[in-house]
Design a protein around this ligand. Structure first.
Ligand code: NAP
Length: 277
């Protein structure tokens, strides 16, 4: 039986967050499960003495501080922070207004930083902790229709890489989790957003993209419970990875497309790239 830890999870009322909270509770851990509406946490997870449901919109600095304080007050520590809350702002760039792009970054990027900033003093004082941040396979590669979402997740990946180095001396680990397609509400109209500008030149492409995403809604192959179990495994090891690619589809994209393309561009242009001094 692993040591009982306190998990602090954002967006814990549905999807991956609810699955991770459920797995942590079932393993006997204490869970501060946060959501914009905490009643939806209790509705999803039930009642347990190890569960504390807290209100948290991750874009709200004051709520982030208050949620961390309430979790520490109740459980005495935050051992594992799971930055899970987020959504997909999909659609081609020219059909997406700057206000929607800013909103995407406010949640996926700055919101994730917000809650991490709130939790770090507790973890540093403990001299221990593990931060999981759920990015996406879209945090490793850009494809048509996901530039805004990808940008918000690529930004988080760069930040997490630096953070991992900054926090290692304090005994705090950081792991980027890059899921492929998992069966959640991610592509449901209750979560996903599309562009708000119509540019006729993209009409056909946009319609086809939207159809393909709608068809995939709730049909994704990835099992949130299995991803949750994987995180519980990673939380128990001494030297967790910086990156964990989640799902066979994501492994294929990183292994067969992202890394080979990067290596091939580097090799093809090595001489010119290296001749600039
Ligand atoms: N499912 C996939 O295929 C997939 C693939 C790659 C990455 N991801 C990432 O996985 C994470 C979880 O998504 P999911 O698949 O579980 O989708 P989901 O079922 O739509 O759940 C999204 C969660 O994020 C919460 N959320 C959104 N904005 C928030 C905010 N400002 N403050 C607090 N909570 C907020 C939602 O809360 P409400 O209920 O209040 O809306 C909900 O709990 C996201 O970061 C997503 O980008 C998912």
């Amino acid at each position: 039986m692993p040591e009982q830890k306190t998990w602090f999870i954002t967006g814990a009322n549905r999807g991956l967050g609810a699955a991770i909270a459920t797995a942590a509770l079932n393993a006997g851990h204490r869970v501060a499960a946060t959501a914009r509406n905490p009643e939806t946490v209790t509705a999803a997870l039930g009642d347990s003495p190890n569960l504390l449901a807290l209100p948290l919109d991750i874009t709200d600095d004051a709520q982030a501080d208050a949620a961390v304080a309430a979790a520490v007050d109740r459980f005495g520590s935050i051992d594992v922070l799971v930055n899970n809350a987020g959504y997909g702002q999909l659609g081609v760039f020219e059909e997406t207004s700057m206000s929607l792009i800013r909103k995407q970054f406010d949640t996926n990027t700055f919101g994730t930083m917000n809650i991490t900033r709130a939790a770090l003093p507790t973890m540093r004082a403990q001299g221990a902790g593990h931060i999981f941040t759920i990015t996406s396979i879209s945090g490793t590669v850009g494809v048509v229709g996901s530039g805004t979402y990808s940008a918000s997740k690529f930004a988080v990946e760069g930040w997490m890489e630096s953070l991992a180095l900054e926090l290692a001396p304090f005994g705090i680990s950081a792991t980027i989790v890059e899921p492929g397609y998992f069966k959640t509400d991610f592509l449901d109209t209750s979560s996903v957003a599309y562009g708000d500008i119509v540019v006729d030149a993209y009409a056909e492409e946009s319609a086809q993209f939207r159809r393909s995403q709608d068809e995939m809604n709730h049909q994704q192959v990835g099992d949130p419970a299995k991803l949750a179990a994987a995180l519980l495994t990673l939380a128990e090891i001494d030297t967790p990875p910086l990156r964990f690619t989640a799902g066979a589809d994501a492994v294929h994209v990183v292994g067969e497309i992202v890394l080979p393309k990067r290596q091939s561009d580097l090799d093809t242009w090595r001489d010119l790239s290296s001749s600039l001094a």
